[in-house]
Design a protein around this ligand. Sequence first.
Ligand code: AMP
Length: 352
Amino acid sequence: MNDPLPPGSTIGILGGGQLGRMLSVAASRLGLKTLIFEPAPNPPAGQVADQVTTAGYDDVAALDAFASSVDVITYEFENIPTAALDLLEAKRAIHPGRRALATAQDRADEKTFLEGLGLRVAPWAKVDGADDLSRAMAEIGTPSILKTRRLGYDGKGQIRLKGGEDPQVLWEQINAPAVLEGFVDFTCEISVIVARSTDGQVVCFDPGENVHTDGILDTTTVPARISRSQATDAVLLAGQIVNALEYVGVLGVELFVTTQGLLVNEIAPRVHNSGHWTQDACLIDQFEQHIRAIAGWPLGDGTRHSNAVMTNLIGDDIDGWAGFDGAVHLYGKAEARPGRKMGHVNRISPRS
Ligand code: AMP
């Protein structure tokens, strides 16, 4: 095991959104400092971090200075340009590592990796042009979803196919390397938030049940309405994924629960929106667990002491700020645009 970073050390975080903000709060509680790297001015994380670097991912001098000022580097989003990572990695450890990031950045690589572990995913095919798409549509059928391989999130970069679409027109619309995925007839969606330390300790939070609206997470409810054996399957496969990637940090695994078992939808190499309930229903939450992992500390006890429902506040949902019951977490964003994550509310009740 690497020597743990002592309190007073500095964590560098790429990205200054709400995840970076909540990571900074967790780090600060452990006596660690944070430096945020973010191209946009006044990031939400900047309000609570020790320092912010405002610079682009192509600013070599800024990246170099950032790496020199921190003891370890992590990130809150997976689409960091490769050249920036190369530069940073030459100076400081980046957790989670490159393999996890590369795997999660590309839906085709991700599915190939998961299938290689013997895990199940929705039927899928690579699509690099209208001809591929035509073949994939014949093979997979409809309903199905065409998704860009890279840079998609919250349902963006996706087109739903109902049948009868013209592959040429669809290809022009998506206009990027993609995958076609069969539509899964799931009974519910769940996710597992799993943490792995530098010396291979693995801790999972209880699976949460997720409801999405318009491709964006709306609520996470814990416990999920799944059987004990499904819950066991879910945490075991999450453990298998982080071990295979020699992962360090927190990872989110999104799963479809079907009558034929669990299918992996996607993995996110970072703290995850569907893990926000842990802030109020566990002694150690996903943010602290991530900071502990990347700082080389032993992981904490993520046992759930309460049931929880996390509700995202999207766009002008936040206007109700004065009236929410439960634990309110607001992200300090100035402007409430439609579809923008502004905060969340955790409501807890005695554990069942
Ligand atoms: P994604 O960005 O891939 O996580 O997709 C966002 C949401 O769209 C998922 O959480 C599901 O609710 C839905 N979705 C995505 N892919 C599929 C699929 N193959 N079958 C059914 N629903 C899907």
